[in-house]
Design a protein around this ligand. Sequence first.
Ligand code: AMP
Length: 194
Amino acid sequence: MTRFVMMGPPGCGKGTHAAGLAETLGVLVVSTGELFRERAGEKSRAGSELARIMATGELVPDRVTNELIAERLGEPGTRGGFVLDGYPRSVPQVDELDRILAGHDAALDGVVFIRVEEEEILRRLTARAEQDGRSDDTPETIRHRIRVYERETAPVASVYEERGILLPVDGVGSVEEVAARIRSVVPDAAPSAP
Ligand code: AMP
């Protein structure tokens, strides 16, 4: 079992936990947010367009995102498994991921869904904005990102729940507590019995 998606609202810690789970499973993490941040830093028209979209809290157009994911998941390093961080983020992206995986004769093993209430998300994102000054963490952008999440991304969890592969995890607690909960719901990540 090596193909997982890590999802949850902005500020739920999915980046941290995607990296942790990938390490436990011995697979690579593919983070659309990280890849876009790298590209947004490039001095090109495409780079500045990405930076502009991300600074508003909107989603990058599906054409760009899907192409990036198809490319990454076609590489030898991710053929055997991966943890996706930040993708799929909309129902059309779920369809695209299905199409990519079907082309590789593969399927998702599970979707870890980190649950955090909206009030707690606001508190965390505001604190993060003060600490590391991410340009998409201004109060206005934070509110917008939460709205975009509710509208576009929350329905993704319902799709996977219907398929019986959603693995909900309580996201409130220390990083280690949440990581332990994740390991307990991901079959191959549980510590083996002595
Ligand atoms: P993240 O680090 O996952 O919060 O992503 C930061 C930003 O990158 C998001 O607010 C979006 O603008 C963009 N982004 C990341 N993943 C996606 C995706 N799957 N589809 C569209 N835009 C994305």
